[in-house]
Design a protein around this ligand. Structure first.
Ligand code: XMP
Length: 530
């Protein structure tokens, strides 16, 4: 286990022990479905707070965590497999309202004394579900609804005390209930292909679990501020503000709780986009105690003549820690480090612990900080999804411009100037990049792409401008659509918009005489070029 993973594990354990707000929580037990996160998002969209738990969490632990309902996710296993993921039987004994989905339904049937039939063949796709008993779970729905199926096994015999509440052509038990608080469905209510699935989930949350749908950004802010005040007490904190959404919202939230006892350090490594430093200072200077460090000399000196992308990353990561440590010493006694970790990072790091995967690129922003600085970490956004972070940011009055900004890599433009970097090439790239983003915004396309940027290549090519031969730089434009940045497709930007961008770059950036658009998806390419 790496130091960072160890820290993550410790802070997970710590956060499990910390007395939390009394907010009613719905637990999602993870059986390895690709849709587990989606279930969590749907529950949150119903304004109910939920957390994803490992499937072997005990009923006692759930009780301690204020759980008012449990959802069992789907998963690829069959209940009859050796080492199939199971459940603490006490979780199913009626003490919690339960909704089993797909594998979760099989597991309930299996553990509670019913029988699961290994079908042998999979059912995958839409089905028409006939509702035979709408009580609670299906209230407000039609007699038949479309639903998405993706399963191998099915329930053949119901557990004692349960009755069927829906059927399909193929399935006598497409859903079941004990007539009180335990329900299960064979289909997937969380996916878009089940058009009224959100209502099924809402019925479970509101009618069965008794949740009221009062988990709003304002409620989150109020609870988080109260909890931060309680846990931080009169101690002092620092935060590395990058200008990105997550650190901006985390810092603003902590500042709301402890005011001037939070100092934010904004390190300008000279690798930021056009006007970015000015914008960060203008936005956060008046709201936070902010130290702006222009460290560009240091960074650029160390990056001189460096060509290898991973060496660039290592130098930037190392230098970042040094500058930050210097600043921390100047501030004086500090106990805590605020970080903008969000829920998908927590979930992914958890599952990475058990998997080995090839390292394509080392992604580090300030990931190395806590290990070297011996500070307690505060992560007020560690249970929020990205869209929730944005809503909380809006609640805190952070400008839209910052909240909807595309993610920007920690090493910044260093990995977008291909090969060796100097101030001049950075300036060329900044200008081309700014024109690209300006035109995307003007065409109202900025929010529909996940990331867009220009890349300055070391290629020079021949061109003609007026009556003159040119031999200039090649700029590549990259814009992608993606949900999770693990896979991505190139964005279909209309030709006329590309034409406008290309013309402007060649006309306005003297060094550039050719613009190309990157039409590679990830995989096999990556989003960044280095
Ligand atoms: P790739 O290029 O790996 O990028 O497809 C996926 C996402 O990660 C960002 N990225 C980085 N972020 N430090 C970061 O903080 C890095 O070194 C780094 N490299 C890539 C990239 O911008 C995209 O959002």
């Amino acid at each position: 286990m790496s130091a960072a993973e160890k820290r993550l594990r410790e802070s997970e354990e710590q956060s499990a022990q910390t007395p939390r707000s009394r907010r009613a929580t719905v637990a999602i037990l993870d059986y390895g479905s690709q849709y587990t996160q989606l279930i969590a998002r749907r529950v949150r969209e119903s304004r109910v707070y939920c957390e994803i738990f490992p499937h072997d969490v005990t009923a006692d632990e759930l009780g301690r965590r204020g759980v008012v309902g449990v959802i069992l996710s789907g998963g690829p296993a069959s209940v009859y497999e050796k080492d199939a993921p199971s459940i603490d039987p006490k979780t199913l004994d009626g003490r919690f309202p339960v909704l089993g989905i797909c594998y979760g339904m099989h597991l309930m049937a299996h553990v509670l004394g019913g029988e699961v039939a290994p079908e042998g063949k999979r059912e995958y796709g839409p089905a028409s579900v006939e509702i035979t008993d709408p009580a609670a779970l299906f209230e407000g729905l039609g007699a038949a609804e479309r639903a998405w199926m993706s399963h191998g096994d099915t329930v053949k015999r119901l557990p004692p005390g349960f009755h069927g509440i829906a059927t399909t052509e193929r399935l006598p038990f497409a859903a079941m209930s004990d007539g009180r608080t335990r329900f299960a469905v064979q289909f997937h209510p969380e996916v878009m292909h089940t058009p009224r699935g959100a209502e099924v989930l809402r019925n479970f949350l509101y009618r069965v679990c008794g949740c009221s749908g009062d988990w709003t950004p304002a409620a989150f802010v109020e609870e988080a501020v109260e909890e931060l005040r309680r846990t931080i007490g009169d101690r002092h904190a620092i935060c590395a503000l990058s200008g990105g959404v997550d650190s901006a919202v985390a810092a603003t939230l902590v500042a709301k709780a402890i005011g001037d006892r939070l100092t934010c350090v904004f390190i300008d490594h000279g690798l930021l986009r056009e006007s970015e430093a000015e914008q960060v200072v203008a936005t956060f200077g008046p709201r936070l105690r902010l130290i702006h460090v222009d460290a560009s000399e240091r960074f650029l000196a160390r990056l001189k003549d460096v060509v290898d992308p991973e060496t660039k990353r290592a130098i930037i990561g190392e230098e970042f820690i040094r500058v930050f440590e210097d600043q921390a010493k100047r501030i004086g006694a500090v106990d805590l480090l605020v970080q903008g970790t969000i829920y998908p990072d927590v979930i992914e790091s958890r599952s990475r612990e058990s998997k080995t995967s090839a390292r394509i690129k080392t992604h580090h922003n300030v990931g190395g900080l806590p290990d070297v600085m011996d500070l307690e970490v505060v992560e007020p956004l560690r249970r929020l999804f990205k869209d929730e972070v944005r809503r909380v940011g809006a609640e805190l009055g952070i400008p839209e411009d910052i909240l909807w900004r595309h993610p920007f890599p920690g090493p910044g433009l260093a990995v977008r100037v291909i090969g060796a970097i100097d101030r001049h090439s950075l300036d060329v790239l900044r200008r081309a990049d700014a024109i690209f983003l300006e035109e995307l915004r003007a065409a109202d396309l900025y929010r529909s792409v996940a990331q867009a940027f220009a890349v300055l290549t070391p290629i020079r090519s021949v061109g003609v401008m007026g009556d003159y031969r040119t031999y200039g730089a090649l700029v590549a434009l990259r814009a992608v659509t993606t949900e999770d940045f693990m896979t991505a497709d190139w964005a279909r930007i209309p030709y006329d918009v590309l034409a406008r961008i290309s013309t402007r770059i060649v006309n306005e950036v003297a060094e550039v005489n050719r613009v190309v658009y990157d039409v590679s998806s990830k995989p096999p390419a990556t989003i960044e070029w280095e």
